[in-house]
Design a protein around this ligand. Structure first.
Ligand code: BG6
Length: 477
């Protein structure tokens, strides 16, 4: 779908996110012919630089993080859309220049790729200098607050100058193709939805495992930890998409209303149902505390927990979640584990296992449904479990690098004015209301997180969380 003419301003235009994600994402969409010739991208940052200088920076960013096959003509034509304004977001420099550049008759979008503490300053100056028109859109990134109180304060700050319909809160997991696919699988097929409840599902497990540590982002991460960095947002969104009721339409508020109901139905997590971990040093490799340069840190780089959703569909079905850094492999997947059949008619059923629908988010994107069949052979009715496998690579020729990046999709949606894949203010607040007591309990406790060796699947206590319920995590691989 084509988009209309737009002026997109990136505050924080020389920052890491702009270099790694925003500029390369915009380039890909531009190269795909999706942006009209008259669209403009205006970088705004503190550095003294002119448009030529910014174009050079953008060129480097595309070379490093853009597609490998970018051709020169495409790059040149993309760079033509760029402009730059040196701006002081807490002062007066640059604002009238920015105002003079903006066109009133095209879509206006302002990407706040800066620390949340600056959101208020920018919003207030956009209003005071009459730069943002009544339909302008603003885009903000996580962390959206660090608890309920700060998230409320941020929402209130933005609301002073913008309406909710103008605010696009990014959770980049929602831009991932495989995450959007969860809705397609559930709501475009007759196969799964009738079974998608406590009567047929035993439990759900969600794993987002990373091999990277926190090196480089220690200062941010040590103030945050896995709960704030991953669980409150990315994993919470995955839970919502798996657990929500079918929205009446694929429409921003219809979808977000249903997600909000899930978050509101989450039960508080008792301390015994949650394990936090921190990776140790090993064989000369630095541990978490070395990486964040805080020898006493009690921040978690791993969380596993058992979640319960108190509603008709899910009462009694545990959702086990885990995420962590420096784990065995980079794997994100959701496994929906079905119940056993009510009665087993085969004597030799030792090999029979519960059906599972495994949705691979990344890498090796795909889905696999594990079913029991008869193992061929004359010996009798022996069962074996086999996968019905779908990989995006094989079925559609798309995987990893060929998949559009989350940011491409999300920024295009901002310009199109589609908020479906963005978090609404009440959703973010509800997620903090759930996470706050857990974090507060940790902050008041004297115990440190459990230590785990890098390259494993996290602390043993996380395995125990499932074992004591007679269940098992899938292997991280
Ligand atoms: C970010 C977190 O939001 O998501 C990072 O701040 C994390 O700590 C990243 O590494 C994971 O994203 P992805 O897309 O690599 O799964």
């Amino acid at each position: 779908i084509e988009v209309g003419d737009f002026d997109l301003v990136i505050f924080g235009a020389t920052g890491d996110l702009a270099r790694r994600k925003i500029l390369p994402g915009l380039f890909r969409r531009h190269a795909a012919g999706q942006f009209p010739a008259a669209s403009r991208i205006i970088g705004a940052a503190r550095s003294d630089m002119d448009t030529e200088g910014y174009r050079r920076e953008a060129r480097d960013a595309i070379a490093e993080f853009g597609p490998r096959d970018a051709d020169e003509a495409q790059i040149a034509s993309f760079l033509d859309c760029l402009a730059y304004v040196a701006i002081d977001v807490t002062g007066e420099r640059g604002w009238s220049e920015l105002g003079a550049l903006m066109r009133p008759d095209v879509v206006q979008a302002f990407y706040f790729s800066v620390a949340p503490a600056l959101f208020g300053d920018i919003a207030e100056r956009l209003a005071r200098h009459a730069i943002a028109g009544p339909d302008a859109r603003i885009v903000v990134e996580k962390p959206f607050g660090r608890d309920l109180a700060s998230a409320r304060a941020l929402n209130a700050t933005l609301a002073r100058h913008f309406e909710e319909r103008q605010i696009y809160r990014i959770d980049h997991y929602l831009g991932k193709e495989t995450v959007q696919n969860l809705m397609a699988v559930r709501f475009a097929n007759m196969l799964f939805e009738p079974l998608w409840n406590v009567h047929y599902i035993d439990h759900v497990q969600i794993t987002v495992a990373e091999t990277v540590g926190v090196a480089g982002r220690g200062a941010y991460y040590d103030q945050s930890g896995a709960m704030r960095d991953m669980v409150q947002n990315h994993l919470m969104q995955l839970v919502c998409l798996i657990a929500m009721e079918p929205p009446w339409h694929f429409d921003p508020d219809a979808v977000r209303d249903e997600k909000l109901k899930v978050i509101r139905a989450l039960e508080p997590v008792p301390p015994g149902d949650i394990v936090r971990g921190q990776y140790a040093a090993e064989d000369g490799d630095p541990g978490y505390r070395d990486d964040v340069e805080n020898p006493d840190s009690r921040t978690e780089s791993f969380v596993a927990l058992k979640l319960r959703i108190a509603n008709w569909r899910w009462q009694g079905v545990p959702f086990y979640l885990r995420t962590g850094k420096r784990l065995r492999d980079r794997t994100s997947e959701i496994a929906v584990v079905f119940r056993e059949p009510p009665h087993l008619i085969f004597d030799d059923h030792a090999e029979q296992q519960a059906n599972q629908l495994v949705i691979r988010l990344q890498p090796n994107e795909g889905m696999n449904l594990r079913v029991n069949i008869k193992e061929p052979g004359p010996g009798g009715m022996r069962l074996v479990q086999v996968p019905l496998d779908m990989s995006f690579a094989e079925a559609l020729g798309k995987e990893g690098r060929d998949m559009p990046d989350a940011y491409e999709r999300l920024i295009t949606d901002v310009i199109r004015g589609n908020q479906t894949l963005f978090m609404r203010g009440d959703e973010v607040e509800a997620a903090w209301a759930w996470a706050d007591p857990i974090i507060a309990a940790w902050e008041n406790a004297s115990a440190a997180p459990e230590s785990y060796d890098p390259g494993t699947s996290g602390p043993d206590q996380a395995l125990g969380l499932m074992h004591r319920d007679g269940r098992r995590w899938r292997e991280i691989k």
